[in-house]
Design a protein around this ligand. Sequence first.
Ligand code: NAD
Ligand code: ZN
Length: 369
Amino acid sequence: MAESIPKTITVNLSRTPYKVMVGNGLLAQTGQHAAETGLTGHCGILTDSNVATLYLKEVRKSLQDAGFHVDEHIIPAGEASKSMSHSEDACRAFIRAGLDRKSFLVALGGGVVGDLAGFVAAIFYRGIPYIQLPTTIVSQVDSSVGGKTGVNTVEGKNLIGAFHQPSLVLADPATLTSLPPREFREGFAEIIKHAAIRDPAMLDDLLAHDPNNATNLTDIIANNIAIKARIVEEDEKETSGTRALLNFGHTIGHAIEALAGYGNLLHGEAISLGLRAATILSEKLAGLDPAFSNKIIKTLHHYHLPLTLSPTLTTPELMEKVGRDKKFAAGNPRFVLLKSPGNAFLADVSLSDIRSTIEALRSEPNPTD
Ligand SMILES: NC(=O)c1ccc[n+]([C@@H]2O[C@H](COP(=O)([O-])OP(=O)(O)OC[C@H]3O[C@@H](n4cnc5c(N)ncnc54)[C@H](O)[C@@H]3O)[C@@H](O)[C@H]2O)c1
Ligand SMILES: [Zn+2]
């Protein structure tokens, strides 16, 4: 794909500001941009088995051409690699390869690679810089920006980790063309979430985009990164509540994802159902205009995302999962609701409202114009 002039968004954190660049062809310029960021010396690329086949050669060459000494560590693709044992393996591999506290890491892949590489960078020699080269929609618009890194344990997802901001993010939308269609489309659930909570006009751009077209996405990706960047600037460590607004659609969505069994419903597919649930609750409890709910539903439908809950996922089992959500601290169901387009807030929602909303997800939505 032809190179384009990249768009640049700055994440203005007082201690660790950094640039996020978005543009087709950026992967091949990794070395140059890493050098311009002031990184030097020995770097370790962390990537997964799928992405290595597609993009490792290009990234390695770019870094070598810019004078970096490059080593790499490849993990098996999939969520199971986001573990303490894989982080230890990566640390040990990079120590053996000669990386030290003056080195830096390069995360090349989706959110699994990004979260793991960021965590390894946070603990390697007590913390070294890293850059993110996200290659999925979720990782470009969400996980590569904001510095949340971590791994899963059997007890739960993302329970061990560190805040460690990247030094640079290079999002190359041309990489999205190699995603399988289902994985491509699921990423739009997070984009639609961003539109709902911060930029309702973006829904028109999303409805105008062909859902099977993985090109011409630079503007949409850049606009989404800007939303995430502004939220992270307002609430870097998730203490003020602003960053929690990114959980819109995720409370019931996570319960559905967990009950379906990880992998049966992709995360974005479960979040699509969770977003529909959140609009139902927002209409009932916060007076959201049903016309806006309809528009969200229409956009999810446009990207072929599921909207009707399978009868195999029972209400009592879903309620049990909702109750276990870590955001429901002290039995207080803190939920993200919308008052109006682009205007989200945290509210307590009763268990009976959650139950009736889950029931409402069982009938097909009827989006009108
Ligand atoms: N840190 C955060 O703030 C944050 C935010 C959201 C999600 N996450 C985390 O992100 C992870 C999910 O990320 P994901 O959805 O990117 O999943 P992923 O990293 O597992 O990637 C999905 C699949 O696509 C493959 N792949 C990646 N890029 C490809 C490409 N360009 N072409 C073809 N195949 C490609 C991968 O090998 C993998 O099989 C979860 O672990 C989640 O917890 C973190
Ligand atoms: Zn999500």
